[in-house]
Write a protein that binds this ligand. Structure first.
Ligand code: FPP
Length: 232
């Protein structure tokens, strides 16, 4: 797919629910750890492809507010993978003009992890493409946070724009397309406000198997849909 292809039909923002690492590993008789490691490779591959085809904003769901319920060992592995990624991706992001941002509540993370996040956000803050990584993110949590902020500010006659302004995604367009891997047909608390009019694309491909071709297929289907936003 050429650089202009995604731009023509105006994909400004694509989002991914990266699901199926565990099943991918199980199918191969591997540990869940191996599934998550392969998931990181897929994440790098997919984000890089989105950049190559000219999509300016990519958001991925990496760790939800519900994922803390997983066994401590798995949570710890995910945190380590994240930490390794944060430490290793700065040069590549600078080379490709990618701005890194976390969406979600960072407060429960260990200090070292928060510092790595802050460092990468600062390093890349003047880049133009945007990679949002949702960490300790939940759409309901985000909305509750936004409503509380509005209450603190004494805003009562609340308008949609007031809410959007208080979200982690303030100032960026809503996702045009949300892609979920592994055959599950849910949003799982991901971008529930921002995704109100997003096109949804579900694929049976397990996340570690996601390739550039899978992304291109999702975009092709998106282009063949007719977005009406409630109109005719
Ligand atoms: C869902 O698969 C995946 C996750 C909860 C973690 C997603 C994280 C990654 C792909 C790594 C991203 C890493 C970085 C550095 C951003 P699952 O474990 O729920 O799979 P299952 O439903 O098959 O068990």
């Amino acid at each position: 797919m050429s650089k202009t292809d995604s731009g023509e039909k105006g994909i400004q923002h694509i989002a991914f629910i990266m699901d199926g690492n565990g099943r991918w590993a199980k199918a191969r008789g591997l540990t869940r750890d191996a599934g998550h490691r392969a998931g990181v490779e897929a994440f790098r591959r997919v984000v890089s492809h989105c950049g190559d085809i000219g999509i300016p904003i990519v958001t991925v769901y990496a760790f939800s507010t519900e994922n803390w319920k997983r066994p401590a060992r798995e949570v710890s592995l995910l945190m380590n993978l994240l930490s390794n990624y944060l430490e290793s991706c700065g040069d590549d992001m600078m080379a490709h003009g990618v701005r890194f941002r976390v969406i979600g509540d960072k407060t429960p993370f260990k200090r070292e992890l928060r510092e790595s996040i802050d460092k990468l956000e600062r390093l890349t803050e003047n880049n133009t493409r945007l990679l949002n990584v949702a960490l300790n993110y939940g759409g309901r949590d985000e909305l509750v946070h936004a409503f509380n902020r509005l209450a603190e500010k004494g805003i009562t006659n609340i308008k949609e724009e007031d809410i959007s302004r208080e979200l982690y995604t303030a100032g960026i367009p809503d996702p045009d397309l949300i892609v979920r891997s592994s055959g599950e047909l849910r949003l799982s608390n991901f971008l529930i406000w921002q995704g109100a009019y997003s096109e949804l694309y579900f694929t049976d491909t397990l996340w570690p198997d996601m390739t550039s071709e899978d992304v291109d297929l999702a975009i092709l289907e998106y282009k063949n849909r007719h977005r009406r936003y409630g109109g005719l």
